[in-house]
Design a protein around this ligand. Structure first.
Ligand code: ADP
Ligand code: MG
Length: 249
């Protein structure tokens, strides 16, 4: 199979935190949704930021579409287009008085992919994709709920047609209904596009729903890799404790 992303022996320390990520290796195939699951503080966001080129690793290699990434080189801009990220808190992405249309159109104009009229039409159709009415193009960010804003963020990320979408606790701040809406969009997407997804969450049940393959992370390390439909066959004690927690809820 074609790997969209391959990470080899990646490590990262912060001044205050030795080895937040320890010798992590993982692989994401084209069109595959991969879960990264573990408790708070285990290094998920550090890994996410390194994958997205927002933070540099100390050791290890990231291979994206068969080429090692070197963000100093000229592939820089292309990389930031091909890899899109959705974070936990949509409120942090918007200024309250920004119009949704302006937010959505920004990357298409920035990357010079479209003129204004084309971008407007494209973005209106993106809203439909995430089940929001077109007229939301005219609304201000502070008129939308957190769940609606997160769908706008997701629509923009998807609209750029990235090869890889990284969702870091993208549904964690949302209520159950809004979470369900986002998951529905992601599953639709998985069925229709060749885009790969790294779905980061502390919620094993959610990862199982969205992903084919799950990496379980603890204290900066991957302790187990397992297919979603074979969770019951987990061998690692930490994975087992996560599974047990899901089923006793
Ligand atoms: P997660 O996303 O799984 O909650 P993080 O990657 O945010 O984990 O954090 C992993 C570890 O690194 C934690 O111990 C955290 O306190 C520490 N850490 C994260 N970001 C920084 C930072 N900017 N400076 C110092 N330590 C950090
Ligand atoms: Mg995090």
């Amino acid at each position: 199979m074609d790997a969209t992303l391959q990470i080899n022996n990646l490590s990262k320390s912060y001044k205050e935190k030795n080895k937040a990520v320890k010798n992590v290796s993982l692989r994401v195939e084209r069109g595959e949704a991969v879960g990264l699951v573990g408790e708070s503080g285990c290094g998920k966001s550090t890994l996410a930021r390194i994958i997205c080129g927002l933070l540099k690793q100390d050791e290890g290699e990231i291979i994206f579409q068969d080429k090692p990434i070197n963000l100093k080189a000229d592939r820089h801009k292309e990389y930031y287009r091909k890899v899109q990220m959705v974070f936990q808190n949509p409120l942090a992405v918007f200024s309250p008085h920004m119009r949704i249309g302006k937010f959505l159109m920004e990357p298409f104009l920035n990357f010079r992919l479209m003129n204004k009229k084309e971008a407007w039409e494209h973005c209106s159709s993106l809203l439909k994709w995430v089940s929001l009415p077109e007229e939301m193009m005219h609304r201000y960010a502070n008129e939308l709920s957190g769940g609606q804003l997160q769908r706008v963020v997701l629509a923009r990320a998807i609209g750029i047609k990235p090869a890889l979408l990284v969702c870091d606790e993208a549904t964690s701040s949302l209520d159950v209904t809004a979470q369900h809406d986002i998951v529905k969009v992601l599953m639709n997407l998985k069925a229709q596009q060749s885009m790969s997804i790294v779905f980061i969450t502390h919620d094993l049940a959610l990862a199982q729903q969205v992903c084919q393959k799950i990496y379980v992370m603890k204290d900066g390390e991957i302790v187990e890799t397992i297919q979603s439909h074979r969770l019951q066959e987990a061998k690692n004690d930490y994975t087992k404790s996560l599974i047990k927690a899901v089923f006793t809820l």
